[in-house]
Ligand binder design. Structure first.
Ligand SMILES: Cc1cc2nc3c(=O)[nH]c(=O)nc-3n(C[C@H](O)[C@H](O)[C@H](O)COP(=O)(O)OP(=O)(O)OC[C@H]3O[C@@H](n4cnc5c(N)ncnc54)[C@H](O)[C@@H]3O)c2cc1C
Length: 478
């Protein structure tokens, strides 16, 4: 299908590079379709039997959608997955303290990489994945379900992935996009990064709108919106809740102290009753919020344990034939709001670097891609950490006359980036850096920011001393 047009997508001439992607999450599927568009041959192995309906929503920022204009059908489908909400901050007792409004990239005059796309704060995960999977199928990409990859390996010319059934697959490059539980660490670094408990967990619940018909009129008036959906953040002491009002559902995401029962797994384990009990540990929660949560379908709430892992820069094997992408390479706290976007940005950067280098220079392209991505991602991981401090420690009523105290905003450097363009412009220098050891400075970070490695232990130490994260002290965060 070299140079062909399929489903309205113009495929670039073949590079002859074969890629085996493990994991059909948002990162894996984005690699699949973008790598196909850029002329690589791809196939996908996924452990589940199909796209999982589990989960609720995530934020996808413009850089992650920089390629959407090349996929006309997917672009159309994307619009039905997204919720074009306005953002507000509330105190936990239900008083509106700040109207943040439109996403900054939708403000008049803002220019971003997802040209012609109305990029919203949030999308429904399942709907977006289903749309991306359908796009992959229409392009003729092979998707193999029920394939649990348990081992990775490589020789000089090929990477390998072996399933629990003993089937061995090979390709020029294996992309381990298999999420936080990836089995690729053993091959890449020898050890999985040690997670440490944050002491917090996140309840994630979805309530279909039909279940809210019988709540009191007073609660309906407070929660339902006449015009645009709302993305609300309720701030309480050591607890905060995101609440999204969609036309068909209410989604809530409550960060709370972990009682020890949460797991780092996308499994529904608890009921709305447990969420209410947790809310009641802090007096004064808005009764309307509580009445809504009481309507949560039985045992449908995920209690996701928030584990922290220090950034680790080695995303690919020494031989360069096995590469981690998305959560397998870098996990995020939900307060960063950018985890899914970074998985997709990785995908766009990788497909571009591979195309620029061609089959002959695949290994150096993989390493150049990691150099282009790591620092940006690491800063954003720390950003999630700093945001968490703001959300849990700020007295919401101070926002009434000092809105600038809400530092948890997406700065321009985060949303105005174009990972495809960036890879094109910086690939030659990045290759020189990885092959000759020459100096290279990333510019996909805040202007004026000098990257220094950081650890969670250092951040926690500052927090214990009552000090703020130093992250925003240098560079342009406007
Ligand atoms: C079922 C599910 C629901 C989620 N819901 C939300 C949500 O509501 N909100 C949110 O912010 N984040 C959610 N996430 C996490 C979010 O998708 C990621 O944090 C982020 O988007 C990065 O995506 P990723 O593709 O790197 O990883 P993931 O989205 O985790 O995708 C990894 C994929 O790899 C597959 N996989 C794992 N192990 C193997 C294996 N051994 N062999 C083959 N395949 C394997 C998984 O089944 C999954 O499809 C969810 C993840 C999952 C798996």
């Amino acid at each position: 299908m070299s140079g062909s047009v399929v489903d309205g997508v113009q495929r670039l001439p073949s590079t002859g590079i074969s890629i085996l992607i493990v994991g059909a999450g948002v990162g894996g599927l984005m690699v699949a379709i973008e790598a196909w568009r850029q002329g690589h041959d791809v196939q996908v192995l996924e452990r589940n039997d199909g796209v999982s309906p589990i989960g609720d929503s995530f934020g996808i920022l413009p850089p992650a959608l920089a390629t959407l204009r090349f996929f006309p059908s997917l672009h159309k489908d994307y619009e039905s997955t997204s919720s074009d909400a306005l953002m507000y901050f509330y105190s936990h007792d239900g008083q509106k303290v700040l109207e943040a409004g439109e996403a900054p990239w939708n403000e008049p005059g803002a220019v971003h990489a997802a040209r012609d796309v109305r990029v919203t704060w949030f999308v429904r995960r399942y709907k977006l994945l289903a749309a991306m999977e359908a796009q992959a199928r229409r392009l003729g990409i092979s998707l193999h379900y029920g394939k649990n990859v348990v081992e990775y390996g490589e020789d000089e010319t090929q990477g390998f992935a072996t399933t629990s059934a003993g089937d061995r697959y090979s390709a020029d490059l294996i992309v381990a996009a298999d999420g936080v539980g990836t089995k690729s660490h053993k091959h890449i670094t020898g050890v999985a990064p040690l997670p440490s408990s944050s002491g917090f967990a996140v309840y994630r619940g979805v309530i279909p709108i039909e279940r809210l018909q019988d709540i009191s009129q007073a609660s309906k008036d407070k929660i339902f919106c006449d015009s645009r959906p709302e993305f609300r953040i309720y701030l309480g002491p050591d607890m905060h809740m995101n609440l999204l009002t969609n036309p068909d559902s209410i989604i809530y995401i409550l960060t709370h102290e972990d009682s020890g029962s949460a797991e780092e797994a996308w499994r529904s384990t608890v009921s709305g009753k447990s969420v209410l009990e947790t809310l009641d540990t802090v007096p004064g929660w808005d009764p309307a919020v509580k009445e809504v949560i009481a309507q949560t379908p039985e045992d449908s709430v995920i209690d996701w344990k928030l584990l922290w892992r220090n950034p680790q820069p080695q995303w690919c094997s020494e031989g360069g034939r096995v590469l981690q992408l998305g959560d397998s390479a870098h996990t995020f706290l939900p307060t960063s709001g950018v985890g899914a976007s970074q998985a997709m940005e990785d995908a766009l950067s990788l497909a571009t670097c591979l195309r620029l280098g061609g089959k002959e220079h695949l290994v150096q392209s993989v390493k150049a891609h990691v150099l282009l991505r790591f620092e940006r991602v690491s800063i954003l991981q720390r950003f999630g950490f700093a945001n968490r401090q703001v959300l849990h420690k700020l007295d919401p009523f101070r926002l009434l006359d000092q809105p600038e105290l809400m530092e948890m905003r997406h700065s321009r450097w985060i949303w105005a980036h174009d990972p495809i363009q960036y890879a094109k412009e910086n690939y030659p220098m990045a290759v020189k850096a990885v092959t000759e050891g020459s100096a290279f400075e990333n510019t996909n970070v805040p202007v004026g920011f000098r990257y220094t490695p950081w650890t969670i232990e250092e951040e926690l130490d500052r927090e214990r001393k009552g000090l703020k994260s130093q992250l925003r002290e240098t560079g342009d965060w406007s």
